[in-house]
Design a protein around this ligand. Structure first.
Ligand SMILES: Cc1ncc(COP(=O)(O)O)c(C=O)c1O
Length: 416
């Protein structure tokens, strides 16, 4: 048998690493792409190996470098999760480890349940995705965890809330915010957290811009959270979630909670998501270019009172944050049709290429009315404060030809 050449000892760029690291073909009978390991349980080579694997899994001892720890049971981990986690790391600048979950909400709830105790508080930006809002106010608050809301982008308000909160466990920032695209200065949040006697964990929901256009770990954040359902998966055909961090200890805690909650991403879904990672940069660039070309031509349409899109920000502070924090404006924009719900519904009714559906980040364009769908759990006051008006339509631009999308939006607006 020919002697295997040793791989070179340099770290390649993300687009290369995502296709080459963390997968050993010899463990998948030489298959160029990983096999799917659908097993729920794994056979131990010896009872001693089983004992050792359990001791390590339960955190009683640490594995030594290069130790071959045997797999136990798929709720703890499985080969496809390990391959996927290895491939997520190079995509997130500054990351060293990742954990995958069966939805974005599973990732967020696992993080908050791991880090918070009764009496803890969580400072969070508003608006946040409706599911995160429900988790904070309908579940965690009833267990004695106090959510403290601050408007996205309000750096002074966030610094004050972070300094004053008692037992602050987590600062949870969604930037850009869903669905107003309002941005929060991540470096300023990290600086405020650094001043706390007990440093809270700074978690950024990076679903809208990451991992390609915004790099929170580079700005000092502790974790990036993803609804992998969106851009990472990219085809609106699966649910998934991920947490990526520069802190392996923190990720290891999350994995322990994941074992108890039983919310690891299943092998088939891991395999599917893994195969999508290599194209996330290509897709996001195309979606961002499409969205920018469209919004630039919708500006000034008489039916559109406002377009929420990073390259169109008029607020000086928002412009500053965007320039400092993001490489490109991304594939999502929201149109405000004069705060008029009827007009928003009529607009949606006239779309054919773009489907009226929640979710975002898929290769096909989707549009929704956040006030009555994704953000319907917020009170009217909360929605008003956050700019989620009744006339707001959120559009996630896909990879179609942008001219066809522009024509459909212009025709629908003209008919209103
Ligand atoms: C910003 C953001 N975070 C988290 C989630 C929740 O993700 P999932 O639906 O995968 O649970 C969503 C879903 O729309 C989202 O938009």
């Amino acid at each position: 048998m020919a002697k295997q050449r040793k791989p070179p000892r340099y770290v390649a760029r993300p687009e290369t690493e995502v296709l080459s690291r963390g997968y050993d073909p010899s463990l998948s009978v030489g298959s160029a792409r990983p096999a799917v390991f659908r097993s729920s349980t794994y056979v131990f080579s010896t009872p001693e190996s089983a004992e050792r694997a359990f001791e390590i899994a339960l955190g009683k001892v640490h594995a030594v470098e290069d130790e071959n720890v045997e797999l136990i049971y798929s709720r703890l981990s499985h080969p496809n999760a390990e391959i996927l986690e290895d491939h997520l790391v190079p995509l997130e600048v500054g990351a060293s480890s990742a954990a995958v979950f069966n939805s974005g909400m599973a990732a967020i709830s696992t993080l908050l349940l791991t880090l918070c105790r009764p009496g803890s508080s969580v400072v969070h930006t508003v608006p946040v995705y409706g599911g995160t809002h429900m988790l904070l106010y309908q579940l965690l608050e009833t267990h004695g965890i106090h959510p403290i809301a601050v408007n996205a982008g309000d750096s002074a308000g966030l610094a004050r809330a972070i300094a004053e909160a008692e037992n602050l466990a987590v600062v949870f920032v969604e930037s850009p915010a869903n669905p107003t695209l309002r941005m929060t200065d991540i470096a300023a949040v990290v600086a405020a957290a650094d001043k706390c006697a007990e440093r809270p964990v700074v978690a950024i929901d990076n679903t809208f811009m990451g991992p390609i256009f915004q790099h929170p770990l580079k700005l000092g954040a502790d974790v990036c959270i993803y609804s992998a359902t969106k851009y990472l998966a990219g085809f609106s055909d699966m649910l998934g979630g991920a947490v990526v961090s520069a802190d392996p200890e923190l990720v290891s805690h999350l994995r322990s909670t994941r074992v108890m909650l039983g919310n690891i991403l299943q092998p088939d879904e891991c395999w599917l998501l893994d195969s999508r990672l290599a194209t996330v940069s290509l897709r996001m660039h195309r979606q961002s270019k499409n969205a920018k070309r469209i919004v630039d031509r919708l500006v000034g349409h008489p039916q559109v009172s406002r377009i929420h899109y990073p390259s169109l920000f008029d607020d000086a502070e928002q412009k500053r944050i965007y320039a400092a924090q993001c490489d490109w404006p991304g594939g999502i924009f929201s149109l405000d049709l004069g705060g008029d719900k009827r007009k928003a519904f009529e607009f949606l009714r006239r779309l054919h290429i773009t489907k009226n559906a929640v979710s975002l980040g898929g290769m096909e364009s989707l549009a929704c009315h956040p006030a009555t769908t994704t953000h319907s759990e917020m009170t009217d006051d909360q929605r008003d404060g956050a700019g989620v008006t009744q006339g707001l339509v959120r559009i996630s631009v896909g990879i179609e030809n942008w001219r066809d999308l522009l024509r459909e939006y212009t025709d629908a607006l003209d008919e209103l």
